[in-house]
Design a protein around this ligand. Structure first.
Ligand SMILES: [Zn+2]
Length: 104
């Protein structure tokens, strides 16, 4: 067994577990139950950790986590469907051609 990933947020670690499981990697979370009940311990000691069951999956799992981290956050920007201009998320219409931002 080998540790792949650790983060202060159980949600984030759970998200990574889903990604690995969807890819067929057998994995589990350690320390999940300690969150919230460990007020006196330094927070890093009780970060939930994601582990792979088989060491042979480790390199692949690390790559999957890396890719998941590199994904741009949703709502970060958009591309105008009319003129292909890249726009920041705060713009609702294309400054180049006036096209409205498409709904997702
Ligand atoms: Zn445009």
């Amino acid at each position: 067994m080998k540790r792949v990933y650790s983060a202060p947020s159980p949600l984030l670690v759970g998200h990574m577990r889903n990604i690995l499981q969807n890819a067929g990697v057998r994995c589990f979370i350690r320390n999940e139950g300690l969150i919230g009940g460990a007020g006196e311990l330094p927070p890093t000691l009780v970060w939930p950790e994601l582990w792979v069951e088989r060491e042979i999956d480790h390199a692949r799992a690390e790559k999957l986590v890396e890719e998941a981290m590199a994904e741009p956050e949703p709502g970060r920007g958009w591309t105008c469907p009319a003129c292909q201009e890249r726009l920041e998320h705060q713009f609702d219409t294309c400054w180049n051609c006036g096209h409205e931002r498409p709904r997702r």
